[in-house]
Design a protein around this ligand. Structure first.
Ligand SMILES: Cc1cc2nc3c(=O)[nH]c(=O)nc-3n(C[C@H](O)[C@H](O)[C@H](O)COP(=O)(O)OP(=O)(O)OC[C@H]3O[C@@H](n4cnc5c(N)ncnc54)[C@H](O)[C@@H]3O)c2cc1C
Length: 235
């Protein structure tokens, strides 16, 4: 499904590719999966992202960053995107896109990538780089020794719940702030919880989520004496 057309060269020399949407489906009530064509020779590392725009008049230059949740070897691209309704943003417009509509994707960027086994701390849609990383690790038979701490408001917000639990088993730990099920204890990822996973000093700590979440997690890890070189975040 790789497209053959040449990339468009724009005036400022940045490379853009127009890709057709092949499929759109719901992942949760406010998250959609977009499958698109993959430009020939387009290469990324699991965890990386690109700027995306909608190829419609007036929207072509409204770029928003999104992470590939597909793997580089696949013949198509996949994005897993949380839709923010109720304000005039781009994801709200993306919610009405259908098969056959087009996106414009740009160069690949991103500093989140797998460096070695450790603890992955995700908040909400911050799970997306880890989806791609876990899928690759599964293929490479290297998932062992990795743990996911996944923070969400409630059960309905958990992206790719079944797949993550299949991939990581009991090392997939969901932490819900306001669980709907009264039998589930509410919680947040705090220093006390992280301390339970900080036994191995060689572990890497991967963090992805809203900015405030990332800063809070870094402060927690600092309190636990985790060295900065062991922490992987989007720069
Ligand atoms: C490197 C990188 C990779 C990313 N990858 C992904 C990914 O794979 N999947 C994904 O879902 N997201 C991802 N994001 C986040 C994504 O880019 C943003 O959610 C997206 O840009 C939002 O675009 P928007 O135009 O809809 O919202 P914007 O208007 O840009 O608003 C963004 C934020 O502001 C809040 N906001 C602004 N105005 C209002 C308002 N009036 N009412 C309520 N809320 C408001 C929204 O809650 C939202 O959090 C990534 C971000 C980065 C930096």
């Amino acid at each position: 499904m790789e497209t053959e057309e040449l990339p468009i060269q724009t005036t400022n020399s940045t490379v853009k590719h127009i890709v057709r949407i092949l499929n759109v489906e719901d992942v949760t009530y406010n998250v959609k999966r977009f499958v698109t064509e993959k430009p020939k020779g387009y290469v990324f590392i699991p965890g990386q992202a690109t700027d995306v725009a909608i190829n419609k008049t007036g929207l072509e230059d409204k770029l928003r960053p999104f992470t590939f949740t597909s793997l580089n070897d696949w013949g198509y691209l996949e994005f897993t995107i949380k839709i923010y309704k109720g304000h005039d943003g781009i994801t709200e417009k993306m919610a009405s896109l259908k098969t056959g509509d087009e996106l414009i994707i740009h160069e690949v960027f991103g500093t989140i990538q797998y460096k070695g086994s450790g603890v992955f701390i995700a908040g909400g849609a911050g799970i997306t780089p880890f989806i791609s990383i876990f899928r690759q690790l599964k293929l490479d038979d290297q998932l062992e020794g990795n743990t996911l701490l996944f923070a969400n408001h409630n059960e309905n917000d958990i992206i790719c719940k079944a797949e993550l639990s299949y991939l990581l088993g009991e090392n997939c730990v969901n932490i819900l702030k306001t669980p709907l099920d009264p039998n589930i204890k509410s919680g947040i990822i705090d220093t006390q919880l992280l301390a339970a996973y900080s036994g191995n000093k060689e572990s890497y700590w991967y963090i992805c989520g809203p900015e405030a979440f990332t800063f809070a997690m870094m402060a927690n890890l600092e309190e636990l004496g985790v060295r900065k070189q062991r922490i992987v975040i989007e720069q």
